[in-house]
Design a protein around this ligand. Structure first.
Ligand code: SF4
Length: 344
C-alpha cells in the first residue's frame, strides 16, 4: 500500500491526522516541528512521540522526501535539478546563487496548460499539478537547502492554476509552526489568472509577479493565449484596487523579443497602462528555445529600453541571464528527459 506523505501538510491537516489516529492534541505541533524545523527524514526520529504513536503514524504515513534525479551546473554557479513527480513525470528546479542571496526557482506543475508560444514548458502540454509535498520537496531536498534566502514560483507551470496547493506550500513556508520565512522573501509569478490572483492576494502576503510581455491586447493574445479570457487590463484593475501594504511588491516580467515588443510604442503604452501602480518591471533577455524564431535584442538595445522606461517613471531593471549553458530556460531539461522516456 502506498503510504501518505506527511511532509507538505499544513498544521490543520496534521491536526486532522492526529485526531483520526487518536493521538493527543499537542502531537500535531510536535510533528510539524520535526518536519519543518528539525528536518528529520524518518518518523522514527520523532523521539518526543511515544513508540506507540510513531508505530501508528508509520503504519499509514511516511515523511515523503525525494532527492533530485539529475543535476546540471552552469559555469556561473546556477544549478538545475530534475525531480521525479506524479510517479513518472519530471520537473525542474533552479538554484541561483548571487552575491548575498541564494534563490530557488520552483515548479508548480509538470508541463503547463497556458501555451505561451515562447516557452518550452508550454510546448510540453499539461501533465499534472504538483501537490504541496512535491512543491516543497524541491526546496527541502535541494542540496543547497540550508543556504537559501529567497524563493520564486517561476519554474514549470502556472502557480495560480494550482492555487490551493501553492497556497498550502506558502502557508508552510511562512507560518511560525513551519519554516517561519518572511513572505517578502517569496515571489509567485502568474500569467494573470483573475480568480487565482484574487485568492492569492487575499490569502497570502507574498510578492506577486505578473508576466506581461506586451501592453497591446492583440499582440499579447498571440504570445500568451491566456489573454483571450483573462485580459491584462482586468489584472491591472484588480491590482489597482487592492490595498497593498508597504512591504508587498508587485512586479511585471517582460521578456524582450527583438523587433516585436521592444519599440518606442511599447514603452509609451507600458507607461500608460501601468500609470498609478507602484511597481517594477523586470526585463528578461529571451533564452532561445529549439524551433523558435524569436530572438533577443542585444544588450545595448535592452539597456536603452530600460532607461526609456525609467525616464517615464517606471522603475525598471534587467534580470541577469543565468545558466544559459545548462539549458536554464524553463522546460528545456525536462523536455529532454520526457523525450528520452518516450523513446525508451
Ligand atoms: S511561460 Fe509559464 S505559464 Fe506560460 S506556458 Fe510557460 S510555464 Fe506555462
Amino acid at each position: 500500500m502506498q503510504k501518505e506523505k506527511l511532509y507538505g501538510k499544513t498544521i490543520n491537516e496534521l491536526i486532522a491526522v492526529t485526531k483520526r489516529l487518536g493521538m493527543p492534541g499537542f502531537a500535531a505541533r510536535q510533528i510539524a516541528d520535526w518536519l519543518y524545523k528539525k528536518e528529520i527524514s524518518s518518523i522514527e526520529e520523532m523521539t518526543n512521540l511515544s513508540k506507540k504513536m510513531r508505530d501508528l503514524l508509520s503504519a499509514e504515513y511516511e515523511i515523503g522526501l525525494s532527492a533530485p534525479v539529475k543535476e546540471a551546473q552552469s559555469a556561473d554557479g546556477t544549478k538545475k535539478y530534475l525531480y521525479q513527480v506524479l510517479s513518472d513525470k519530471f520537473i525542474e528546479t533552479a538554484y541561483i546563487p548571487d552575491e548575498d542571496r541564494a534563490t530557488i526557482c520552483v515548479s508548480s506543475q509538470a508541463g503547463c496548460k497556458m501555451g505561451c508560444i515562447f516557452c518550452m514548458t508550454g510546448k510540453q502540454g499539461f501533465q499534472g499539478s504538483l501537490s504541496s509535498n512535491e512543491i516543497l520537496n524541491q526546496f527541502r531536498s535541494l542540496p543547497e537547502f540550508r543556504s537559501l534566502t529567497n524563493m520564486v514560483y517561476m519554474g514549470m507551470g502556472e502557480p495560480l492554476d494550482n492555487v490551493t496547493e501553492v497556497l498550502k506550500s506558502l502557508e508552510i513556508l511562512t507560518s511560525e509552526w513551519g519554516y517561519a520565512w518572511s513572505p517578502t522573501r517569496i515571489t509567485v509569478s502568474t500569467v494573470g489568472l483573475i480568480n487565482g490572483i484574487k485568492e492569492f492576494l487575499e490569502k497570502s502576503r507574498c510578492h506577486l509577479a505578473v508576466s506581461l510581455h506586451s501592453p497591446f491586447d492583440e499582440e499579447r493574445r498571440k504570445l500568451m493565449p491566456v489573454q483571450r479570457t483573462n485580459t491584462v487590463r482586468e489584472v491591472l484593475d484588480i491590482i489597482r484596487n487592492f490595498d497593498f501594504n508597504s512591504q508587498r511588491r508587485i512586479s511585471f516580467e517582460y521578456i524582450l523579443f527583438k523587433g516585436l515588443n521592444d519599440t518606442p510604442l511599447h514603452i509609451k503604452e507600458l507607461a500608460k497602462i501601468l500609470n498609478g501602480i507602484k511597481c517594477r518591471i523586470n526585463l528578461i533577455r529571451f533564452h532561445p528555445i529549439p524551433g523558435s524564431e524569436f530572438q533577443s535584442p542585444n544588450l545595448a538595445a535592452t539597456i536603452n529600453f530600460k532607461e526609456a522606461l525609467n525616464a517615464k517613471g517606471i522603475l525598471t531593471t534587467i534580470r541577469a541571464s543565468r545558466g544559459v549553458d545548462i539549458q536554464a530556460a524553463c522546460g528545456l531539461l525536462s523536455t529532454l528527459e520526457l523525450n528520452k522516456s518516450v523513446q525508451r
